[in-house]
Design a protein around this ligand. Structure first.
Ligand code: NAD
Length: 256
């Protein structure tokens, strides 16, 4: 379905981003990967689906590197058609204990990076009359949890950014939407499972059960592949008129 399209997924060396990149590649898209850690493993996983796959190591907290990333997509593939703003980090502490440099990093990576990538990608998409922007927000873009002020502020911000950009582009061929996952078992969440296990003095399995029981009535993690299938839908012709949504995939978290 996406043959001939080029997609950039930020933070695609792990977790949800890697799942989305693999699924878009399976649909025929060319992929630009980004992120830190096991780059070779991510490249191998996405290349297994065919299509051209490249990597750019931009630090998404740095606007100049984001610009180089977007320009590299346009130069190396001829266009950037699908932008998935996914890179993200977490830090848990109450406001009065929150390290200011962690606040700045979360806002830069989880929110401002999407603004910079969008402002640089949109002119080309508008010129070509087609584009899809999918922002990976969170249930924390819709509701809050204690201890996550920076993350909640950044995720509410990206939901607002999504709506504003969707309206600005409503009558062109570019759509902008957000996905709001609840718990997905990735390295970002495993850190919180580990913290819960240490705090409660329980094993990994029990810590996962407690984490889910607090928020997610299904008591199941969503998989990165399930998030990725929604991203593919938002890139499909069936979603041409879906604009500015913040679509939760959260096992009932925000229905409560
Ligand atoms: P993850 O830790 O598995 O992956 C994060 C990715 O972002 C990695 O590829 C990492 O290298 C990259 N990254 C981090 N800092 C970066 C930087 N400065 N520049 C470039 N890349 C950087 O986490 P994940 O759970 O897959 O999270 C992906 C997105 O999904 C995040 O925006 C997160 O907030 C969101 N999300 C996750 C969950 C969940 O339960 N896992 C729920 C809701 C939303």
């Amino acid at each position: 379905m996406l043959k001939g399209r080029t997609a950039l997924v930020t933070g695609s060396t792990s977790g949800i981003g890697l799942g989305i990149a693999s699924t878009l590649a399976r649909q025929g898209a060319n992929l630009m990967l980004n992120g830190f850690g096991d780059v070779e493993g991510a490249l191998a996983q996405v290349r297994a689906h065919g299509g051209a796959v490249r990597y750019h190591g931009a630090d998404m907290s740095r606007p100049a590197e984001i610009e180089d990333l977007i320009r590299s997509c346009e130069r190396e593939f001829g266009a950037l058609d699908i932008l998935v703003n996914n890179a993200g980090i977490q830090h848990v502490a109450n406001v009065e204990d929150f390290p200011p440099e962690r606040w700045d990093a979360i806002v830069a990576i989880n929110l401002s990076s999407a603004f910079h990538a969008m402002r640089m990608a949109l002119p080309g998409m508008k010129r070509r009359g087609w584009g899809r922007i999918v922002n990976i927000a969170s249930t924390h873009g819709l509701v809050a949890s204690a201890g996550k002020s920076a993350y909640v502020a950044a995720k509410h911000g990206i939901v607002g950014l999504t709506k504003a950009a969707a309206l600005e582009n409503a009558s062109g061929g570019v759509t902008v939407n957000a996905i709001c996952p609840g718990w997905v078992l990735t390295p970002l969440v495993q850190q919180q499972v580990d913290a819960r296990a240490a705090r409660d003095g329980v094993d990994d399995e029990e810590a996962k059960r407690r984490l889910l029981a607090d928020k997610q009535p299904s008591l199941r993690f969503t998989t990165p592949e399930q998030i990725a299938e929604l991203a593919v839908f938002l890139c499909s012709p069936a979603a041409d008129n879906v604009l500015g949504v913040a679509w939760n995939v959260d096992g009932g978290w925000t229905a409560q």
